[in-house]
Design a protein around this ligand. Structure first.
Ligand code: SF4
Length: 352
């Protein structure tokens, strides 16, 4: 593995130059559920804006979320920000030195903690991210879905047995790279694999049957109506979502259940009189556990009711304001389309 890594491993990823615990930590969190190619530009922008754990801890959550906008799974960004505060407050700004202390930080599980300490400090800890699960399940022909605790236990035990006492950082990067570039999800390249001679499923030509798939579940479908409430000066009302839950802490559009009257919602929730409701084309956004069918409605605020109550969770925003705010990607796209529509009511109002 190490010989293969020296020749074929990835050694020019941005977090591999100067692999401090902070830089490796941010990369590991971004790489959860996200491909390397997608992560690289986000990582570079994030590091430019928050170059140290202290800078991250001091930053406003909104600034952190806006640098995460488009990566999805926003609890990762909230946890990163909270953990940075704890590292500065409780560990004098230094990333914890032990697995248990690292795992006590929000958003850091056993595999992520192990990867950070192995890659940045060469400490001996096994890891079991998605790539390693696939390599180990195939190499040892471990049946079953790794999300089941019995299967995960077997894989952890194999991961531990393979982790060497020396060169841990290089071995850890090597097994990740092997999974990402050779032992790929479909059509693994067993012909060039450095461990093919001993791989149980490579030898029998059955690697794609491993690891077992997650049992299929039918995803429920939920519905919502998003209200694009625009003011006489052409700005749109944004509402900050509660800190916990889907899109927690992000700026989004007010929502209205399908059985509610959107005019009434505007009066009751924001004290705004609106007129001329129009429907825009609906679309589906898929979360891990359900689909959300979104029907956008535009509502024009009548000229004599432009004052919204002074609330920190409400904001009038123009198109230029969206960039610095943390918005869920589908809401950002919807608003960008709305502002740029040929006959956008905002354009009409701005030029009136
Ligand atoms: S031999 Fe094939 S299945 Fe086995 S680890 Fe290598 S690439 Fe994966």
């Amino acid at each position: 593995m190490l010989r293969w890594f020296a020749e074929h491993g990835r050694r020019d990823l941005p977090w591999q130059t100067d692999p401090t615990p902070y830089r490796v930590w941010v990369s590991e969190i971004m790489l959860q559920q996200t491909q390397v190619a997608t992560v690289i530009p986000y990582y570079s922008r994030f590091m430019e804006r928050f170059p140290t754990v202290t800078a991250l801890a001091k930053a406003d959550l909104d600034a952190v979320l806006s640098h995460w906008s488009g990566l999805g799974y926003y609890s990762r960004a909230r946890n990163l920000h909270e953990a940075a505060g704890l590292i500065v407050g409780e560990h004098n700004g230094a990333f914890p030195d032990t697995l248990d202390q690292a795992m006590a930080l929000p958003g850091i599980g056993r595999s992520t903690a192990g990867a950070i300490l192995a890659l940045s400090k060469d400490q001996r800890h096994p890891i079991l991210d998605g790539n390693c699960k696939r390599v180990l399940a195939r190499y040892h022909a471990v049946p079953g879905w790794p999300g089941e605790s019995g299967v995960a236990k077997r894989l952890w035990s194999h991961a531990d047995a393979h982790t060497p006492d020396a060169n841990v950082a290089r071995y850890t990067q090597a097994i990740m790279d092997l999974g990402a570039t050779v032992c790929t999800r479909t059509r693994p390249h067993c012909d060039v694999c450095p461990v093919a001679d001993h791989c149980a499923t490579g030898l029998t030509g059955t690697p794609e049957q491993f690891p077992g798939r997650r049992p299929k579940k039918i995803q429920p479908v939920k519905e919502t109506r998003m209200l694009i409430v625009y003011s006489p000066d052409g700005s749109v009302l944004l509402e900050r979502r509660p800190p916990a839950g889907i899109w927690g802490g992000l700026w989004s559009l007010p929502e209205c259940a399908t059985h509610e009257d959107p005019y009434e919602v505007c009066v009751q929730c924001f004290g705004l009189e609106t007129a001329s409701v129009d429907a825009l084309p609906g679309f589906r956004h898929t979360f891990t556990h359900y689909h959300l069918d979104i029907s956008p409605l535009t509502l024009a605020v009548t000229d004599d009711s432009t004052d919204i109550m002074e609330r920190p969770d409400l904001l009038w925003a123009r198109e230029a304001d969206l960039e610095d705010r943390g918005l869920p990607a589908p809401v950002r796209r919807l608003l960008e389309d709305f502002f740029r529509m040929d006959e956008s009511p905002c354009q009409e109002r701005l030029t009136a």
